[in-house]
Design a binder for this molecule. Structure first.
Ligand SMILES: Cc1cc2nc3c(=O)[nH]c(=O)nc-3n(C[C@H](O)[C@H](O)[C@H](O)COP(=O)(O)OP(=O)(O)OC[C@H]3O[C@@H](n4cnc5c(N)ncnc54)[C@H](O)[C@@H]3O)c2cc1C
Length: 470
């Protein structure tokens, strides 16, 4: 049985950033993931917004981490070589109820110390974003709101953690945990490990993983959300991130992504009864129809029929539970905050919803520091390097440089994905860095993300992954 200092369960954003931060210390770090790659849970399917913090209750850990993370995001993405933009956001309303919410959020933001927020008249908001329909009654501008491809950040954290010595094991589902002689014995479907401390970052399953070793206390009851991605032809029609505050709650969100597409969503679906919906990350046609109708009403300049992709996500809603006549009963009120449960060396990150992407590095650092202290490994690693080299993208290379690159590496000139201009060389690098299927290559290079959604390149990419017929 392999002995390690800290074992992390789950390789989403939180698991990967916890691992990255653990490698700042002299210790053995291992991450176990049940899927074949990183970023296969909530971390691949969210709105991709880097929030400024005005949406959180001032003074809470969530609020503090979010503000701190937003301010540190340029430096983080430079270190990790991940594209990041700050288009700024407009929170817009069309009536008295929405105006009240917008004002309250502004005041909360000011109280929390969020920088770069400003109340605007409807006319000013319309001037900034002419593609939105008439009749905006008030708005809040937030200069520092940003956007990123969340899976790219997750992959970067993974590669950086791995470069610094963390080990990752994929296709390993943690099935049993017990404590013996002060150490955690963790069993997967394939092997066993002994760890001084464990960080449970199992996302939608974090409650179930916790209950492998602790009594039920909190549980996750997910709700689903639908999204759609619009073709690059819609680029420039909306230039800020738009949050539409409807008269009865949140309405449409539009995000001009780092790739130049427009992302619309989420629209939420009714809560599921079960703890985890069997439908998983699927999309509902009712949700997409609602999204299209919202786009037509709020952003008539945008053509919702230009949809190239749709996806669904699941929100890990956190509830307290108690036992009654031997049955687990869920209490009425949903926690607004997340939970970092510290239980004698077993640390659980449970119910991490928005803005978990924004503060994934900060929350990962908090969990890592606590776990390292518990494991008694507080000496810092001198060789720790926070930087990672990304795969160079052919589509971002100036023509002048490209010719020289192709001379050195002919694969750079062989385009496999014509929609996104991805070369053979990039695909081979993705495979060498750990992509084991089409999805993994897609998320590392952008191949298959364009108009044809991989119908022309999927087969060749599949061959590179499986036959490794380079
Ligand atoms: C709809 C939606 C929109 C959001 N939008 C934003 C946003 O715009 N901005 C923002 O800041 N935040 C946003 N968030 C929050 C953010 O996406 C999450 O906080 C973050 O992705 C959570 O990452 P995670 O690592 O906890 O979970 P996951 O990414 O789900 O990772 C958990 C991993 O654990 C693995 N696992 C589970 N069980 C086991 C087991 N037994 N053994 C081994 N591995 C296991 C899973 O396979 C998975 O890979 C959004 C969240 C949702 C739901």
């Amino acid at each position: 049985m392999k002995r390690i200092d800290v074992l992390v369960i789950g390789a989403g954003l939180l698991g990967c950033f916890t691992a990255r931060n653990l490698t700042r210390y002299e210790m053995d770090v291992l991450v176990l993931e049940k899927e074949c790659d990183v970023s296969r849970g909530i971390s691949k399917a969210n709105t991709g917004i880097i929030y400024t913090g005005y949406d959180n209750k001032p003074g809470t850990l969530k609020s503090k981490l979010c503000i701190q993370a937003n301010e540190a995001f340029d430096a983080l993405t430079r270190q990790l070589g991940v594209p990041f933009t700050r288009p700024g956001s407009l929170l817009i309303g069309f009536g008295p109820n929405a105006d009240q919410v917008i004002r309250r959020k502004y005041l909360d933001g000011m109280r929390a110390g969020v920088r770069g927020i400003e109340l605007l008249t409807g006319d000013r908001a319309k001037e900034l974003e002419p593609g939105i329909t008439d009749g905006i009654t008030s708005a809040m501008y937030s200069r520092s709101t940003g956007t990123i491809n969340p899976w790219e950040l997750c992959i970067a954290a993974y590669e950086n953690a791995r470069d610094n010595g963390a080990q990752f094991r994929f296709d390993r589902e943690v099935r049993a945990i017990r404590k013996e002689d002060g150490r955690f014995l963790v069993e997967t479907d394939a092997d066993q490990y002994s760890a001084a401390a464990v960080v449970n970052a199992a996302g939608l399953y974090a409650d179930q993983v916790r209950e492998l070793i602790r009594k039920p206390l909190v549980r996750l009851y997910p709700t689903a959300a639908d999204y759609m991605v619009l073709d690059i032809s819609e680029k420039g029609k909306i230039n800020h991130i738009i949050f539409h505050e409807g008269e009865n709650g949140k309405g449409l969100t539009l995000v001009p992504t780092v790739d130049g597409n427009l992302l619309a969503g989420p629209v939420n679906r009714a809560p599921e009864d079960g703890r985890l919906s069997a439908s998983g990350f699927t999309v509902s046609s009712a949700g997409l129809a609602e999204l299209k109708s919202l786009i037509r009403r709020i952003a008539p300049s945008v053509d919702p029929e230009r949809q190239i992709r749709a996806f669904g996500s699941l929100r890990p809603n956190l509830y307290k539970v108690h036992e009654e006549s031997g049955k687990i009963v869920r209490e009425e009120t949903r926690f607004k905050d997340f939970s970092l449960l510290e239980e004698d060396g077993f640390f659980s990150l449970i119910g991490i919803k928005t803005p978990g992407l924004t503060f994934s590095n900060e929350l990962g650092r908090l969990a890592a520091d606590k776990a390292a202290a518990f494991a008694g490994r507080t000496a810092l690693r001198k060789s720790y390097n926070p930087c990672r080299n990304p795969i160079e993208r052919t589509r971002e290379m100036p023509e002048s440089e490209l010719a020289a690159k192709i001379q050195k590496d002919p694969g750079r000139g062989e385009i496999i994905c014509g929609c996104m201009n991805v070369s053979r060389s990039e695909i081979l690098q993705a495979v060498a860095r750990g992509a084991s299927d089409f999805e993994g290559v897609r998320r590392r290079t952008g191949a298959g993300m364009g108009r044809c959604q991989g119908s022309r390149c999927r087969k060749r990419i599949w061959d590179y992954c499986h036959e490794r017929s380079f």
